[in-house]
Design a protein around this ligand. Structure first.
Ligand SMILES: [Zn+2]
Length: 272
């Protein structure tokens, strides 16, 4: 749920040119090139691309898979491990959690083997959300961290659900921009299919314990409210939107009843 830049945009042309030398792929290269152009111009639209499928046969799909797994310079795909490692990214672009280490095929490889090795379809992600989406994401559509510009704004918030003595936490898709019905549908679908609620809640529980300790230092509710608001804004400025830390502070800022409870119970040792 984080906007990132496309990686190494020239590599796809190299990979396409190398496919001509693979007997299983040589007859498909022109169609693959056209399909990928449509991918780029439609910003990875599952609907448009499903209506224009290449229809790769099993042999060609199998070769694409092998090329992807091998990541060799021979296939022009030696950049894949660099994109997977995503050293310049601090959180998973797909779910906002703080793990990485896998690559997500935004349009699933089972439905769209034609985009198996193309960089615009490969987004760094964590193993947990990658496994949660599996091959089921294409039907309703999900968000695309390379193309959905609104991901640069706030779209994820942590709901803090009473009783505040032992709250529960839930991810909530929010949006302050005017989006089409189709995009809102993808946003909601993406949130449901990408965020592991147990891990999200566990992270939020840790932050709730932290803010309860931090609340002890404030002598007025106004000062605590200002601190929470400032922390949320400062964090977002420094780290961008929509990772789980930013979502927690944003959700807390948006919950006067939680702040009220934190202030009223800041010295209640029996609750700790
Ligand atoms: Zn993830």
């Amino acid at each position: 749920m984080i906007k990132i830049q496309l990686p190494l945009p020239v590599s796809d042309a190299v990979a396409l040119s190398k496919m001509r030398k693979r007997t299983e792929l040589s007859n498909w290269v022109d169609q693959l090139n056209s399909a990928y152009l449509l991918y780029l111009t439609s910003f990875g639209s599952a609907t448009k691309l499903a209506a224009n499928k290449v229809g790769l046969d099993a042999t060609a799909s199998g070769r694409m898979e092998t090329c992807y797994r091998d990541e060799t310079i021979l296939d022009g795909l030696d950049w894949i491990s660099t994109v997977r490692a995503a050293k310049h990214i601090s959180a998973c672009p797909m779910c906002g959690g703080f793990s990485k280490g896998t690559l997500e095929h935004v349009l699933p490889k089972a439905d769209f083997p034609e985009f198996y090795v193309f960089s615009a379809n490969l987004v760094p992600s964590c193993q947990v959300c990658n496994g949660k989406r599996s091959n089921t994401a294409s039907a309703a559509g999900i968000l695309h961290p390379y193309f959905d510009a609104f991901l640069a704004g706030s779209i994820l918030e942590t709901q803090i659900i009473p009783p505040f003595e032992a709250p529960s936490f839930a991810p909530k898709a929010i949006c302050f921009f005017a989006l089409s019905d189709e995009t809102i549908s993808r946003l909601v679908n993406h949130t449901t299919r990408s965020i592991n609620v147990d891990e999200f809640s566990s992270y939020a529980e840790g932050r709730w314990r932290y803010i309860r300790e931090r609340a002890k230092r404030f002598k007025s509710k106004k000062a605590l409210t200002t601190d929470i608001s400032d922390t949320s804004v400062d964090y977002e400025k420094a780290n961008g939107c929509n990772n789980w830390e930013g979502a927690f502070w944003r959700g807390l800022k948006a919950s006067p009843s939680a702040i009220q409870w934190l202030f009223a119970n800041r010295n209640n040792a029996s609750l700790f």
